[in-house]
Design a binder for this molecule. Structure first.
Ligand SMILES: Nc1nc2c(c(=O)[nH]1)N[C@H]1C(S)=C(S)[C@@H](COP(=O)(O)OP(=O)(O)OC[C@H]3O[C@@H](n4cnc5c(=O)[nH]c(N)nc54)[C@H](O)[C@@H]3O)O[C@H]1N2
Ligand SMILES: Nc1nc2c(c(=O)[nH]1)N[C@H]1C(S)=C(S)[C@@H](COP(=O)(O)OP(=O)(O)OC[C@H]3O[C@@H](n4cnc5c(=O)[nH]c(N)nc54)[C@H](O)[C@@H]3O)O[C@H]1N2
Ligand SMILES: [Mo]
Length: 665
């Protein structure tokens, strides 16, 4: 991203034309970053709560007053048990420096509870590691050379625009593109085919594809023999999934499955590269880890990995050797090992009292880079937890979010334009440097600086608390990169092979693509990928007959940008997409106010009768700020804290509901 600055003011941001992955383009929301940065509601001074918890009433205070008081409160709790203090952070910035560096040093030194960073990608990441050995797959630019592309569980145009450019190139060169997604997204409608399966049934589809590959002998026997393990048991498992069985499970036609298998299998037979772009949309369900495992087996069966334009890509994050120990200093943790709290279950955990198994109740929360009251599942419990009178909450933020409303102190943080950072990627394999283009606004400080100063108030003496941000940027990758080149160009590509698994070399314990995972079996889990049904399967004529998914809206980034008016206007209002069929039997018209509800809660929004929704599934686009929604709620009022089969991840898209026309205005 390149920032144009005039008289110290950032007036425009645009994509860096010299960066191949970005190619000079930004998505709409990020191109509004200056409007967000200079937003009149930006928090520019520390704030202390004056009203009741959650009322959003604050007064400004001096930095020193705020930090001294916070340190006093944290010291008193730590003197009893530092594990009663919990940091909570995630995707506000995914930079290595303003994310988990100085902050983590601080909480390590304090001996605070540790956070399990699971809310996004944990199940799929684990599924990939258990199959391929790491979060490394195809190089993203080679999708442009593919002849067949499956976009599986991803709305590329909405959530991953830079990938879509490669798809367009491939399409122009005659590639066939197929989207597998319950929702008819802006991506799905631009593909040659769209397979709208029921949420959480992807493993069943993948197993039926294997069934067809076996039945028709569309297999690369040589690749299987040399570079995989567990073929015989996988073969037996796949033969349990004829297309008829999968079609019933997935809610699609037998012919759709056979046709997809033919396309994928024949590409292998003809030696045409077939590529799968998986994304995290498909793993936010009970069987998310197994689904990713099943799909990740496919390219080894047809030998698609032999070519650089074949294989699968979920994430490239495993390519980066981040020097986490130097950034985070786990050696500062001299207390006994602290417990770990799963960020997905923050609702339940904030409401838990002290016990032998749990440890102390959570007495203090320090939130940065995250808005849990808006984004965490089962909001009613999250809100009840944050509203606890005896909880001490500090929030580092740009804005008074739903979470900040519950803070005792809000501390003003800098944005990307105002601080240093260094970044990795989910898709490409470059390292990116974020150099500040403007001075911090008002009294805002980088997260790192806030934790440096807090460390001083706590009396932490280790010299690591005076290391500056440029030094942290250098530490992140050490000598592995040329920092001067990085500073000059803004990015440096990592040296990675074009076709990572053309000759096997999978980073698993066996060195093969593990159809059967000994590691999973040794944990008492199924060693083979399987279809693991959703926790909540919709059943016709039951109390909650509809499945609900809540994928991101195109103009928001999780809950970020929701307060930028031009972007909010583009999204309109909180809405629920529903098929004509499901609307009709409920007497719902387009634009009606509806109540969406289940055992956890109820949420009101506007119904959109839309072809984007298939029968049996409603789409509640996320993630609106609660305070901007009707009744002060959002879609996470309905989602559950149940976890995935692997990785302890969230199941946002594994949720049943009922919908009715709302009677009160
Ligand atoms: N229903 C439903 N819920 C979901 C999802 C879904 O698809 N459906 N998606 C899930 C996923 S994938 C994710 S990753 C999570 C994301 O959830 P979060 O990690 O909470 O991400 P955001 O909602 O973007 O909130 C980030 C906050 O960090 C702040 N911020 C940004 N930069 C900085 C900084 O430098 N310093 C500080 N102190 N603050 C900063 C922003 O102002 C913003 O309020 O949500 C999850 N929740
Ligand atoms: N505009 C925008 N871009 C974003 C984000 C954002 O909030 N807004 N969030 C960022 C973050 S944190 C992440 S993790 C990535 C996420 O990136 P992706 O995982 O690529 O994208 P999503 O669009 O969240 O979800 C992908 C699709 O999964 C579909 N889906 C839901 N359930 C299932 C299922 O069971 N099976 C299948 N096959 N598909 C399913 C949804 O309908 C959705 O279209 O995007 C990033 N980019
Ligand atoms: Mo995410």
């Amino acid at each position: 991203m390149v920032t144009t600055v005039r008289d110290g003011i950032a007036i425009k941001v645009h994509g860096n034309a010299a960066h191949p992955a970005t190619h000079g383009a930004l998505c709409t929301k990020v191109s509004r970053y200056p409007a967000r940065t200079y937003h009149p509601e930006r928090i520019l001074k520390p704030l202390r709560r004056t009203g009741p918890k959650g009322s959003g009433q604050f007064e400004t205070v001096e930095w020193d007053t705020a930090l001294a008081d916070i340190a006093t409160r944290l010291k008193a709790i730590a003197a009893r048990d530092p594990q009663a203090i919990l940091p909570y952070s995630y995707a506000g910035t995914m930079g290595q420096v303003q994310g988990e560096s100085m902050a983590t040093r601080f909480f390590n030194c304090l001996g605070a509870s540790q956070l399990d960073y699971t809310i996004c990608a944990a199940a799929g990441g684990e599924g990939l590691v258990q199959t391929l050995g790491g979060k490394v797959g195809m190089r993203v630019q080679f999708f442009a050379e593919s002849r067949l592309i499956l976009i599986w569980g991803s709305n590329s145009i909405g959530s991953n625009l830079h990938f879509w450019r490669h798809v367009q190139t491939a399409k122009r060169n005659g590639a066939k593109v197929i989207c597998i997604d319950p929702r008819r997204t802006e991506t799905a409608e631009k593909c040659h085919e769209h397979i709208a399966l029921m949420p959480g049934t992807d493993a069943a589809l993948a197993l039926a594809l294997m069934h067809e590959l076996i039945q028709n002998d569309w297999l690369d026997h040589d690749y299987i023999a040399r570079y995989t393990s567990g073929w015989e048991p996988l073969r037996a498992r796949a033969l349990e999934w004829p297309p008829e069985r999968a079609a019933a499970t997935c809610g699609i036609s037998v012919e759709q499955i056979r046709s997809l298998a033919r396309d994928y299998g024949m590409a292998g037979v003809r030696g045409e590269p077939a590529a799968i772009r998986m994304n995290y949309g498909l793993q936010r369900v009970h069987g998310g880890g197994n689904a990713v495992r099943a799909i990740a087996c496919l390219p080894a069966l047809t030998g698609a990995w032999r070519q650089r334009a074949g294989g699968v890509l979920l994430s490239s994050s495993g390519t980066y050797a981040i020097n986490k120990a130097a950034l985070q200093r786990p050696d500062l943790r001299t207390h006994r090992p602290a417990r770990t709290i799963n960020m997905v279950t923050i609702g339940d955990d904030l409401l838990r009292s002290a016990s032998a198994s749990f440890g102390p109740a959570i007495e203090a929360l320090v939130v940065y880079n995250s808005n849990p009251v808006t984004v965490a599942p089962e909001s009613s419990k999250v809100v009840a937890g944050f509203a606890r009178q005896d909880l001490f909450t500090v929030v580092l933020e740009h804005f008074q979010t739903d979470t900040a409303d519950y803070a005792d102190y809000i501390l003003p943080a800098t944005t990307q334009l105002e601080h240093w950072d260094i970044h990795t990627s989910y898709g490409h394999t470059d390292i990116l440097l974020n150099q500040p283009s403007i001075a911090p606004l008002g009294e805002a400080k980088p997260n790192t600086q806030i934790f440096r100063e807090l460390a001083r108030h706590m009396g932490f003496a280790d010299p690591c608390f005076s290391e500056d941000d440029v030094s942290l940027c250098k530490v992140a990758f050490g000598d592995a990169i040329d920092f001067e080149a990085l500073q000059r160009d803004g990015f440096v590509p990592l040296p990675v092979p074009d076709a990572p698994y053309a000759q096997g070399g999978f980073p698993t314990p066996s060195g093969t693509c593990e159809f059967f995972s000994e590691r999973l079996a040794s944990q008492g889990l199924d060693g083979l990928p399987n279809h693991v049904p959703n926790h909540e399967v919709p059943i016709a004529d039951s109390a909650y007959p509809l499945a609900m998914i809540s994928p991101p809206a195109r103009n928001f980034l999780n809950s970020t940008f929701v307060n930028v008016k031009s972007l909010r206007d583009a999204e309109g209002e909180p809405l629920l997409e529903i098929s004509a069929e499901d609307a009709k039997v409920r007497g719902i018209d387009h634009g009606d106010l509806v109540r969406v509800f289940n055992t956890r809660g109820s949420y009101r929004c506007t119904a959109h009768i839309s072809e984007r929704a298939r029968a049996g599934v409603v789409n509640g686009l996320g993630i609106w700020w609660r305070k901007l929604g009707l009744d002060g709620t959002n879609v996470n009022e309905l989602t559950s804290q149940k976890l995935t089969d692997m990785g302890r991840g969230p199941t946002f898209y594994d949720c049943v509901v009922q919908v009715e026309k709302s009677t009160i205005a």
